[in-house]
Design a protein around this ligand. Structure first.
Ligand code: PMP
Ligand code: GLN
Length: 412
């Protein structure tokens, strides 16, 4: 195999999605809703299927015209700037596709890429596959709020962050709201990152797939909206996450033409485009959201309201067994420290694995509850700091959450 694959063969999704299926668990592991997407989305797909033969053929490589137009209009309004839908947007196969194009297009052999831990695992693999050198910095828990514990407690040390920027730094990757913590970055935190990007002429990859999902009044701010940042930011989004249809795999990158054109080249020469039908249906859904934005009928408003209650339900279930979850300000997930649960994992075969990996396997096999180990979201060197946490996805039907609660309550 090619050398670029050397450090990317182990994959948490491969490992734990398979195991969860094998044991038929109550699954709060992989991040996907187990309830139906909104009916207007499904209708838009049915309509697209019947709309004529062109819907079943190739469309424009960099994004179906109807979709890029509405994305430009939609995000142009949020960013308070004119976005050129043809030059400043790329639609790809999910946020994964958009991220992959960004790394391939902008990270060169030997370039340093700063990655904020804990991170969505593919950033590290994508940096490595591009020949880049990941440089890690950890969010660390500090008592900022509380009690109860909150994802806002996880913060970056300003001096440490500044020390990671060198003449070799090409890009920094942030994920806001963050997977797995649920942290929503405050304006001051984004400004600190922006100042360093500008000072050192560094590009920012901002993964905002959970941008609509904030709770308890937390406000999502786009780093691209800060002065001097549009020119150097690639913002990534996902229709799968926006409309609770993760299998659709429609995502996008938005940014200035001088950067975006290189992502378009990668995409053009690898994937070409993602399915026309899904792009058309997502376009219609965004047109609807554009009209309803900020109203109670907007799905981007309804979904977080619905998730707010689910999030509290899962937190309550965890507290019932004495666990203290970090209540997330945004996103699909919450994490909790598991070291207080004195469990005899009793599996000598896996002694070399991080504690959370062993714990999650035990939880799947013995309790039939699926979760994800948090040390999968950090570098090898930080595993010791993260191996006492596991991640729960709360974007699940109430019956699933009830089944999980029953498992937890019987525990004691
Ligand atoms: N970024 C983050 C932070 C994610 O959690 C995910 C998983 N949905 C993705 C990107 C990938 O999104 P998509 O399914 O649109 O490829
Ligand atoms: N983003 C989802 C998660 O974090 C799913 C990722 C995946 O399955 N590759 O759970």
């Amino acid at each position: 195999h090619a050398r670029r694959l050397e450090k990317v063969e182990e994959n948490v999704w491969l490992q734990f999605t398979q195991l969860a299926a094998e044991y038929k668990v109550v699954n709060l592991g992989q991040g996907f809703p187990d309830f139906s997407p909104p009916s207007f989305l499904l209708e838009s797909l049915c309509n697209a299927v019947k709309a004529g033969s062109s819907m079943h053929q190739y469309t424009r490589a960099f994004g179906h015209p109807r979709l890029v137009k509405i994305l430009g209009k939609f995000f142009g309004r949020i960013l308070a700037r004119e976005i050129d839908p043809m030059q400043e947007i790329l639609v790809s196969v999910g946020a994964y596709g958009a991220l992959f194009c960004a790394f391939q297009a902008l990270v060169d052999e030997g370039d340093e890429v700063i990655i904020v831990e804990p991170f969505f695992d593919c950033y590290e693999s994508m940096a490595l596959m591009a020949g880049g050198k990941p440089v890690y910095i950890s969010l660390k828990p500090q008592k900022v709020t509380g009690p109860p514990l909150s994802s806002a407690d996880w913060v970056l040390c300003p001096e440490e962050l500044a020390s990671k920027f060198t003449s070799r730094t090409k890009a920094i990757v942030i994920n806001n709201p963050n997977n797995p913590l649920g942290k929503v970055f405050q304006r001051e935190e984004l400004q600190m990152i922006a100042d360093l990007c500008i000072k050192h002429d560094v590009i920012c990859f901002s993964d905002e797939v959970y941008e609509w999902l904030t709770y308890d009044g937390a406000k999502h701010i786009k780093i691209a909206s800060l002065p001097g940042m549009w020119e150097r930011t690639i913002t990534v989004g996902s229709a799968g996450k926006s409309f609770s249809a993760t299998g659709w795999k429609v995502g996008w990158a938005i940014g200035p033409g001088h950067l975006l054109k290189h992502l378009q080249s990668v995409h053009q020469n690898s994937l070409y485009h993602c399915p026309t039908l899904n792009q058309e249906a997502v376009a219609v859904a965004f047109e609807r959201e554009y009209e309803l934005f900020g109203t109670g009928e907007s799905y981007f408003k309804q979904l977080p309201t619905q998730l707010q209650a689910k999030r509290l339900k899962v937190a309550e279930s965890l507290r019932s067994v004495g666990l203290q979850p970090f209540l997330p300000e945004g996103g699909y997930f919450m994490i909790t420290d598991i070291s207080s649960l004195k469990v005899d994992l009793n599996d000598p075969s896996s002694k070399d694995e991080p504690y959370d990996y062993r714990f999650v396997k035990w939880l799947i096999k013995e309790k039939r509850l699926g979760t994800i180990p948090v040390s999968a979201f950090c570098s090898q060197g930080s595993r010791a700091d993260f191996q006492n946490y596991i991640r729960f996805c709360f974007v699940k039907d109430d019956s699933t959450l009830k089944a999980a609660e029953d498992i937890l309550r019987q525990w004691k």
